[in-house]
Design a protein around this ligand. Structure first.
Ligand SMILES: Nc1ncnc2c1ncn2[C@@H]1O[C@H](COP(=O)(O)OP(=O)(O)OP(=O)(O)O)[C@@H](O)[C@H]1O
Ligand SMILES: [Mg+2]
Length: 407
């Protein structure tokens, strides 16, 4: 994915957020001077570079990174085990270790007071420098942290800076894209660099007509970020909330997940469970749409988000980029065809007393055979005009039925 390929390698590669960058540089400087800096809490909106900055500090300064994220926040034991190297004075190869507790708000929400104690102990006793990240500094779940950390705010990045970043990526990739499109992506990103880069990638891979036809351009919160949370967090709340906060249509999300489960989950067991939950989500979704029983949407949404996340018991892979759902591609490539068949079905419905779907699937194939037979007997002109006349259709409609590949 482009977000991985163009993630900053050093803190100087972080766009926007100059204040945060200089604090990170000071932080690293202290470590080089063998001082232990106060832990930092990087906080701010999604996709602004918090996690990427912590990685860049480690990578750019040759520190070994000990990273914990939502998937390690299962229980206190796992947490303690993962944090063990923090008590040692040096890492492998005698390197400095940088401890990153990513999305610490998730930890505290999940493991409440137990987690708090572990984190307090860590701050007190660790020989290694620590970086925390969170979305909201004022979240009450992490109030116990506030006094013991330096706060480093990450802000939404301006459209101008995002645009420059996107243009740089395009240049490196040797891709041409209309300036106005790049500008639109930057504007719509609402300060979220990850979102902007993912949108750029989507625009490169999908043709414009397709994006237009399914309204992806108006998407506020980009789908990749939600998919990341669902596939990678292994956490019920994280993925459910990501889904709930987004304005994605559940049916659309189900398509995306369907297309991408095997790209993210290498284990057969996990794939199996994820598909079982997705199937159930799809069932509830279909039932909700059919019965107008909106309660069912809730189950569909939880199953399609959290249900997928917690199906993952093992590894995930980031190697492949997300694919565009093939059935949406198909739907859009057959759109013209569907429009005309729907119109024909509408014209036939007073005669056949049934709905579009039934007419298209059951009646049109029979009608097509009837038209073919009639042509053999009476010729094409005669047939078109007679059938059109008796069935309340236009002659082009009859011709359309004749030429369609109907199943
Ligand atoms: N300020 C930035 N400068 C350069 N690239 C950025 C910046 N912010 C985000 N990115 C790009 O977006 C990707 C994701 O960013 P990152 O994981 O740091 O977001 P985050 O702030 O941790 O968001 P979240 O709160 O969702 O975890 C990075 O790998 C990088 O490619
Ligand atoms: Mg992050």
């Amino acid at each position: 994915m482009l977000t991985d390929k163009y993630t900053p390698k050093t803190v100087n590669g972080i766009i926007g957020n100059n204040d945060a960058v200089s604090k990170l540089i000071q932080f690293a400087g202290k470590i080089h001077n063998k001082e232990r800096p106060r832990p930092m809490l990087l906080f701010g909106p999604s996709g602004t570079g918090k996690t990427a900055s912590a990685h860049a500090v480690a990578y750019g300064n040759g520190f070994e990174l000990l990273e914990l994220n939502a998937s390690d926040y299962r229980d206190i034991e796992t947490l303690k085990k993962r944090l063990k190297p923090a008590s040692e004075s040096r890492g492998l190869f005698n390197k400095n270790i940088l401890i990153l507790l990513d999305e610490i708000d998730e930890l505290s929400k999940k493991l409440d007071s137990g987690a708090e104690r572990v984190v307090r102990d860590l701050i007190k006793n660790s020989k290694q420098p620590i970086i925390f990240t969170a979305t909201d500094f004022w979240n009450k779940d992490i109030s116990y942290l506030r006094m013991s950390v330096d706060k480093v705010e990450f802000k939404k990045v301006t459209p101008d800076e995002i645009k420059k970043h996107l243009l740089y990526i395009l240049k490196e990739e040797g891709i041409n894209m209309k300036g106005t499109v790049v500008e639109q992506i930057a504007l719509r990103s609402n300060g979220d660099v990850r979102g902007a880069v993912n949108d750029l990638e989507m625009m490169v891979n999908a043709d414009e007509a397709l994006i237009e036809s399914i309204g992806l351009r108006d998407r506020k919160i980009e789908i990749f970020a939600v998919l990341d949370k669902i596939f990678l967090s292994n956490n019920f709340d994280t993925s459910r909330n990501a889904m709930a906060r987004s304005d994605l249509d559940i049916g659309m999300l189900i398509n995306w997940i369907d297309e991408n489960i095997t790209k993210r989950y290498p284990s057969k067991r996990d794939i199996n469970e994820a598909y079982s939950n997705l199937a159930l989500a799809s069932k509830y979704f279909e039932r909700a749409s059919r019965t107008n029983h909106y309660e069912y949407f809730k189950y569909a949404s939880v199953l399609a988000s959290a249900g997928i996340s917690i199906s993952n018991k093992g590894r995930t892979t980031m190697l492949k980029q997300y694919s565009f759902p093939s059935n949406i591609r198909y739907m859009s490539s057959t759109k013209d065809e569907r429009v005309t068949l729907n119109n024909i079905a509408d014209r036939l419905s007073p005669l056949l007393h049934t709905n579009r779907k039934k007419i298209i699937s059951s009646y049109l194939p029979i009608l097509k055979i009837a038209i073919e037979n009639s042509i053999k007997k009476y010729g094409k002109d005669e047939t078109l005009s007679r059938i059109a006349f008796t069935m309340g259709l236009f002659e082009e409609d009859v011709e359309t039925i004749l030429n369609k590949k109907l199943k």
